[in-house]
Design a binder for this molecule. Structure first.
Ligand SMILES: Cc1cc2nc3c(=O)[nH]c(=O)nc-3n(C[C@H](O)[C@H](O)[C@H](O)COP(=O)(O)OP(=O)(O)OC[C@H]3O[C@@H](n4cnc5c(N)ncnc54)[C@H](O)[C@@H]3O)c2cc1C
Length: 473
């Protein structure tokens, strides 16, 4: 007899993965599907990586409620999953005391711990701060996290505890017969009692197939610069300008991996994630209002992510049109911070008690060879010679690390998937040295031809064939 899932979740970003994780931990049979070749390839891979304290969203909004609750839940979740989370605090700087005080009142109303700082106090923390800055809001409960590692680990814990994941799924139709949905994809048909639409930018596409509510979605690209780890900016916390209607503005932040990010822009676009000369130039210009000493020659990469916005607030609701459907639309910032709280909210909407089973299986944390203790390194080397072969010189990643990642509960076969899990390719040479070695490890482990290994999604195969096979006529 065909398996019937309690919930089928469409979209494996941080929101879908959080819901999948929560539902499996309370004992529900879940299937998480995504059209991409890995989890966290949408907005969840390209953002600022901040778990916001929650001073910014309008009091009483879903954004405020989810952000503040998510911020409280995040430390425990990251600890359990072994995902690095660093409490570095956030400073919102400007020269307008009234606007800072308004933000302070909003923070208090949202139940967030906030302080107003004068120039002297700001300089103690950030000696190089722009001379024009006279006042700031400080929120100590702001964290930095790797958004994709969090998504990956949430998914893997769900798999270890009975959940199923299927990637590269193209949803062709969704029909309902009695209480059951039949979700037909190119791989087969899945039966489920509930559908959760967390497809981000693809929300309306899925809503249309279900016959559920569709919403106008505005897409806004955010571009960034990433700085080399060797570049030491004296910035121990995240620094924002005062927020505007378009968002939180161009910020400067350390990352958990030891780099710095400067960005994002906010421009309306069609969902493309390429960077632009205009966008990058505007980051350079705007960041000067915070720090005018940044050496942009130390930037090693640019990237962009796309926000999916629907009006002023998140949409998290039971569909009124189709029983058994949960709509999650317009989950823009602070969606990463809010994800654990959104999962709790979905549980409530489905009237499922929030009681996680006790004997859950724990995932092995992502610890690379370079970060192990000397004793652990010695043990690993004795067991497996692959830990003695460096494949990424910039990030000091070994072949043993690649194999560890390739043999995890979530099976991925893309170069970028390896990069998100190990950092191989994220250093100064930007994969000049490790690219071919990573492809080879994927090809050997998955037993697939070298030329069919993908950089990311279908159609991104890294090679067309071997030199001798290529016809130059
Ligand atoms: C520039 C930028 C900066 C941000 N900074 C922060 C921050 O610092 N802190 C914070 O809290 N939030 C931040 N956010 C917001 C945060 O990134 C998002 O709210 C969050 O990642 C949304 O997660 P999601 O799972 O809803 O969407 P996504 O991560 O986009 O996931 C949706 C998934 O659905 C899949 N999908 C789409 N269509 C289909 C389909 N038809 N079939 C199957 N699968 C489909 C996609 O492949 C994708 O994997 C930022 C966003 C951006 C863009």
């Amino acid at each position: 007899m065909k398996q019937i899932f309690d919930c089928l979740i469409v979209g494996a970003g941080v929101v879908g993965a959080s819901i999948f994780n929560k539902l499996t931990l309370v004992g529900k049979k879940c299937l998480l599907i995504d059209k991409a070749s890995d989890v966290a390839t949408g907005a969840s891979k390209a953002n600022s990586g901040l778990v916001h304290a929650g001073y910014d969203p309008v009091p009483g909004s879903l954004k405020a409620e989810m952000n503040v609750r998510g911020n409280k839940l995040m430390p425990k979740i990251c600890k359990r999953l072994g995902v690095p989370l660093k409490k570095c605090g956030a400073l919102v700087v400007g020269d307008d005391k009234e606007r800072v005080e308004n933000l302070y009142s909003r923070g208090l109303e949202n139940g967030v711990s906030v302080e107003v700082w004068d120039r002297t106090k700001i300089e103690e923390k950030i000696p190089d701060i722009n001379k024009q800055i006279s006042v700031a809001l400080y929120a100590r409960d702001s964290y930095i996290v790797s958004p994709y590692l969090l998504t990956i680990c949430l998914t893997e814990e769900g798999i270890l505890n009975g959940g199923q994941v299927s990637l590269e799924e193209d949803v062709e139709s969704i029909t309902k017969s009695g209480d059951l949905f039949a979700v037909k994809t190119q791989k087969g048909t899945y039966l489920a009692k509930n559908i959760i639409n967390s497809a981000g930018a693809g929300y309306n596409e899925i809503a249309k197939l279900i016959g559920a509510e569709q919403y106008p979605l505005e897409l806004r690209r955010g571009e960034y610069f990433v700085f080399d780890k060797s570049y030491k900016l004296n910035v121990p916390c995240t620094i924002f300008p005062l927020p505007t209607k378009l968002g939180k503005g161009v910020l400067i932040t350390p990352t958990v991996d030891g780099n710095f990010l400067v960005g994002p822009t906010s421009e309306e676009n069609d969902g493309k994630t390429d960077t632009t000369a205009v966008g990058l130039a505007s980051i350079k210009e705007k960041s000067k209002n915070i720090l005018d000493t940044i050496d942009f020659r130390q930037a090693i990469r640019q990237f962009a992510g796309v926000r999916v916005i629907s009006g002023d607030d998140f949409i998290i609701e039971k569909s009124k049109k189709v029983e058994g459907v949960i709509n999650l639309a317009g989950i823009c910032s602070p969606g990463l911070s809010s994800a654990p709280a959104i999962a709790e909210k979905v549980l409530k909407l489905l009237k499922i008690p929030n009681k996680e089973f006790k004997d859950r299986k724990q995932i092995t944390p992502y610890v690379m060879f370079k970060d192990m203790s000397k004793a652990e390194q010695k043990k690993r080397l004795a067991e497996d010679k692959n830990y003695g072969e460096i494949v990424c010189k910039c990030e000091k990643i070994t072949k043993g690390d690649l194999l560890f990642v390739l043999n995890r509960p979530l099976k991925i076969s893309s170069v970028d998937g390896i990069k998100r899990r190990t950092n191989a390719g994220m250093g100064r040479c930007q994969s000049g040295f490790c690219f071919t070695k990573v492809i080879q490890a994927i090809s050997d482990t998955r037993k697939i031809p070298y030329a069919s290994v993908k950089k990311e999604n279908r159609g991104s195969e890294v090679a067309v064939g071997t030199m001798r096979e290529v016809n130059h006529d």
